[in-house]
Design a binder for this molecule. Structure first.
Ligand SMILES: *Cc1c(COP(=O)(O)O)cnc(C)c1O
Length: 386
């Protein structure tokens, strides 16, 4: 069944013979759960981003949860993170019994967590900072790591948007203590569900590996290969394992990551050029050019001027078969969080989030689709003036 009803969807996949063959090879091998293909995927991913360890898991939410657990985050601890992110960033902290402290973003030109707001949110209970590289653009890691070391805090990078991105030549995800990547269906590297935890610290990797599979001292594969007959359970672990079909897709995706990210960059720069004389706010446009960055261009955010109705704008594009989205409704505004975190004011996040729209961006988006979106955005703006 074709599920794509859009002329230009928000994101799309381009799978072909390589992906089909990779999955078929796994099926024919008759070993479907975490095994040698997964080990190879971990090895290649670690090489790609120059990290000492990579631990493949079932999704990035699981990676974030394991990151918090491995770093000893628990009851009584506070973790600072941006409210302008996907809810998983905050949920992972609550899973551990710790508390969230939401921080604001820098501004409408840079939608990542503000170092000043981090500094303002620190209390004696603060244990960690989770940063999120919005759209694959780097957070201000030098300033953030300086704050972290001054206050003895650990740093987790939610790098769900950022596979293949780097800051000053160093891959995102390897700046903090642990980095977490997502391979969900709309991300830059896709396995369907899937995620990766990366770290340069041996003890953290060992703990994440243990907790990924019920803290069992031997794996099913070890027993199958005759390396072990039984096992002990040495902690409260989880089943966060990935399977071999997904890891096989991940290996193919890794080969194409640079090429796909380059196409995403081209589309982003074409959008920026086309909209440079419009009244649209274009986050990251200046920062990306000025700093020594290589970005992952995961999504394309715009900020509407205040005389434009966002509903009207998105509605007009939908009528043209163009799918748009909002990244993100601030986490502290969701009912679940609002009830637990009262009296929070996050002025920049709230202002940006209320004007933000995400336009289609995916590596297989063709030039005709790109032109069509650009022209339609011009029309939609004219038709949704309040
Ligand atoms: C997609 C995403 C996640 C969660 O990833 P899953 O693999 O779906 O669990 C976490 N954080 C951010 C910023 C994301 O975009």
């Amino acid at each position: 069944m074709a599920v794509n009803i859009w002329r230009v969807p928000l994101s799309d996949l381009q799978f072909g013979d390589k992906e089909n063959q990779a999955v078929l090879n796994v099926l024919h091998s008759r070993w479907l759960t975490m095994g040698t293909i997964t080990s190879e995927f971990e090895l290649r991913f670690a090489e790609e981003i120059n990290s000492k360890h990579a631990v493949a898991v079932t999704n990035a939410t699981a990676a974030l949860h394991l990151a918090c657990l491995s770093l000893g985050i628990g009851e009584g601890d506070e973790v600072i993170l941006p409210s302008l992110s996907f809810v998983a960033t905050a949920n992972a902290v609550l899973y551990c019994g710790a508390t969230v402290r939401f921080a604001d973003i820098i501004g409408s030109e840079e939608l990542t967590i503000s170092p000043q707001s981090i500094e303002d949110s620190i209390t004696p209970r603060t244990k960690a900072i989770i940063v999120m590289h919005y759209a694959g653009f780097p957070c201000r890691m030098n300033e953030i790591l300086e704050i972290a070391s001054r206050h003895r805090l650990v740093v987790i990078e939610d790098s769900a948007h950022a596979p293949g991105a780097a800051l000053n030549g160093q891959s995102l995800g390897t700046w903090g203590d642990i980095g977490c990547f997502s391979f969900f269906s709309n991300k830059n590297l896709v396995t369907g569900e899937g995620g990766m935890l990366v770290t340069n610290q041996d003890d953290l990797a060992e703990r994440a590996r243990l907790l990924r599979s019920h803290a069992m001292t031997s794996l099913t594969l070890d027993r199958h290969l005759g390396h072990a007959f039984s096992y002990d359970v040495v902690d409260l672990g989880y089943n966060y394992r990935i399977d071999e079909m997904r890891s096989a897709l991940g290996l193919v995706g890794l080969e194409q990551l640079d090429k796909n990210n380059a196409r995403r960059e081209f589309i982003t720069r074409t959008y920026w050029r086309a909209f440079s004389d419009s009244r649209l706010g274009l986050p990251f446009k200046e920062s990306a050019f000025e700093k020594n960055q290589s970005c992952a261009y995961h999504i394309f955010p715009i900020l509407l001027p205040s005389n434009i109705s966002r509903d009207g704008f998105m509605h007009h594009l939908r009528e043209n078969g163009i799918q748009t989205s909002i990244h993100y409704p601030p986490i502290h505004k969701f009912s679940f969080y609002q009830n637990r975190f009262k009296d929070i004011s996050m002025p920049i996040t709230e202002r940006v989030a209320s004007h933000q729209v995400t336009l289609p961006l995916f590596s297989s988006m063709n030039d005709e689709q790109l032109d069509f979106v650009i022209n339609s955005v011009g029309e939609a703006l004219e038709e949704s003036i309040i």
